[in-house]
Write a protein that binds this ligand. Structure first.
Ligand SMILES: *Cc1c(COP(=O)(O)O)cnc(C)c1O
Length: 379
């Protein structure tokens, strides 16, 4: 089957090529001026004190925990309804992910479920702003403060998110972003961490580069100086090549979100009243980052047939997400079973993500709706 309507299509072009040419004309392909310019622009966009460019969101989450001193023997509370990276980053830091169930309306980590999962080993909460809707960060911060926990946000879907005036990183210790191939801004693979605490940002930068503070761009500028490794680190620094691809997208964030708003409303109209489907509720007083447009099949048993039916009709749909705790790894190694987190499992067995990206032609929304109607009839 040839796909007529892709799930996602990036919008990289001449501006990114020109920025890459500038990097190629200079001596520094790794972390340097382009990365620092990108970090400045992202910090400015988010209103955060510091941004560190990294190679992935997974790496950003791992380093946030490591830099906060979280590791072996510690527990981090998170959601099972996310990409596996939210939980594997906790394992990479040496700590143990402890899942709690999600809100039925939004699929987001339920702030009211956190307290019951806290033990003497709990050190942090790691919320994920699913599909682009912010979690209730005020409630999460309140529970965290009451129990002396850190908060590290997975903002892979929520670059543009706001809720009651709260954006990424405002109420947390660190906010982590992804610039993976399908994210709202992208360089194929990339990530960043935003924080207000300069010391945390400094430690994350150090740990992203082997625990060695000296970097190539400084040698290029100042000449060779003896260097030292002061901490056990990893290799997660962002390159000038990645930053060059990201920089031209920064001034377009608002315009592309507006385009996502238009397509979103178009989908809402095209799908309204379609039988067999329901929707994730919109949070009030919030700006949705509109990362993924998802619907819920009323009948979980038919979900996979609907996705397959869309594929047969040339429409690429996805599932975000099958719950993490029911993957083979988490079942086998951590003993999770069906029924452990019923709401996450319910959404996870019903959710379907439809094609959605800013340059998607409006007619494609109607074509997806037609294909979905047919797929629903025949599933
Ligand atoms: C994409 C994604 C990640 C991982 O991002 P990478 O940059 O690929 O490491 C983590 N969490 C969520 C919710 C994601 O969608």
């Amino acid at each position: 089957m040839t796909i007529r309507i892709p799930f996602y299509q990036h919008d990289l072009g001449e501006a990114e090529l020109a920025a890459l040419r500038d990097v190629f004309a200079g001596p520094i392909l790794t972390t340097g001026n382009a990365v620092h310019a990108f970090e400045g622009e992202l910090a400015n966009y988010l209103g955060r004190g510091h941004v560190v460019g990294l190679s992935s969101c997974t790496g950003a989450l791992h380093l946030a925990l490591a830099a906060l001193g979280i590791g072996a023997g510690d527990e981090v509370i998170t959601t099972p309804l996310s990409y596996v990276a939210s939980a594997t980053a906790i394992l990479q830091a040496g700590a143990t992910p402890v899942f709690v169930d999600v809100e039925r309306a939004t699929g987001n980590l339920s702030a009211s479920a956190i307290e019951a999962a806290i033990t003497e080993r709990t050190r942090a909460v790691l919320p994920v702003h699913l599909y682009g809707q912010m979690c209730d960060m005020k409630a999460i911060r309140e529970v965290a403060d009451k129990h002396g926990l850190f908060v590290v946000e997975d903002c892979a879907h929520a670059l543009e998110g706001r809720r009651e005036g709260v954006g990424p990183g405002k109420l947390s210790d660190a906010a982590c972003f992804s610039f993976y191939a399908t994210k709202n801004i992208t360089c194929g693979e990339g990530g960043a961490l935003a924080a207000d605490d300069p010391e945390l940002a400094r430690r994350v930068r150090l740990l992203s580069h082997h625990g060695v503070a000296a970097m190539a761009a400084e040698r290029q500028r100042d000449g060779y100086k003896p260097w030292d490794m002061t901490d056990m680190g990893w290799k997660y620094n962002m390159s000038n090549i990645q930053a060059a691809i990201l920089l031209p997208q920064m001034p377009l964030i608002a315009e592309r979100l507006a385009r996502r708003d238009v397509l979103w409303a178009e989908y809402d109209r095209a799908l309204s009243g379609m039988r067999g489907l329901s929707r994730i509720a919109a949070v009030k007083n919030a700006r949705h980052a509109r990362h993924l447009y998802t619907v819920l099949s009323d009948d979980p048993a038919r979900r996979d047939a609907i996705v397959a039916g869309l594929f047969q009709r040339g429409v690429m749909a996805m599932v975000n997400y099958s719950p993490i705790h029911l993957t083979s790894y988490f079942r086998n190694r951590h003993g999770y079973r069906n029924g452990d987190f019923p709401i996450a499992e319910d959404i996870g067995t019903r959710t379907i993500s439809l094609p959605f990206y800013p340059s998607m032609p409006r007619e494609h929304v109607a074509a997806v709706a037609d294909a979905l109607r047919d797929a629903l009839d025949q599933a």
